[in-house]
Design a protein around this ligand. Structure first.
Ligand code: HEC
Length: 159
């Protein structure tokens, strides 16, 4: 096959793939999977800190700092592609796959503020997480509150 034909074939395949994704909502589902995975990273790292606070795990400065740093990194990712318009639980074919409320994309939505609140709380946690259990305890409410603040408004219960 000469080069020109190969390029044409490759472009045709890309177009077909794009059309399939649009018809089946596949790209929305991938975005949903990505953002739910991000949420699980939050939950895991916060869980490490939570276990120390609850006394289920011995306080470990390195682990506490690492978990807090991970929260900072995860919360500072650019999430644009993970939250495409039309991927709410009310969108066609999305019920039972996502619990993201359509309010996220509504005019005047303050989802950006809620995301910022988590970034700030995670940064505060990272500043002190290596300084002892009391410091972790002190910063815990801010992080947990930031998760809750967004969920209460923008996430529907799963059942
Ligand atoms: C800016 C808003 C926002 C913040 C901040 C936020 N979440 Fe979420 N979270 C959501 C939304 C929206 C969903 C539903 C996503 C979906 O189903 O597509 C969700 C879903 C989840 C889920 C369920 C994932 C699944 O597989 O269904 C978990 C667990 C979770 N969040 C944990 C956390 C934790 C822990 C934090 C704080 C460290 C946090 N979230 C911070 C908006 C947020």
């Amino acid at each position: 096959m000469n080069r020109k034909i190969m390029i044409a074939v490759a472009m045709g395949a890309a177009l077909v793939a794009g059309a399939t994704a649009a018809i089946s909502g596949e790209s929305e589902e991938r975005a949903v999977n990505a953002r739910q995975s991000l949420m699980h990273l939050y939950a895991f790292n916060l869980g490490q800190l939570g276990a120390m606070v609850k006394g289920e795990m011995e306080y470990n400065a390195d682990l506490a700092k690492a978990s807090a740093d991970n929260l900072v990194k995860a919360s500072t990712m650019n999430g644009m592609a993970m939250w495409p318009k039309g991927s709410s639980m009310d969108a066609e074919g999305m019920a039972g796959k996502t619990w993201a409320k359509a309010d996220i994309w509504a005019d005047g939505s303050d989802i950006g503020e809620k995301a910022k609140a988590l970034r700030e709380a995670a940064a505060q946690m990272a500043d002190v997480a290596g300084n002892g259990l009391d410091a972790v305890k002190g910063a815990m409410g801010g992080v947990g509150g930031a998760c809750k603040g967004c969920h209460e408004k923008f996430r529907a219960p799963k059942n």
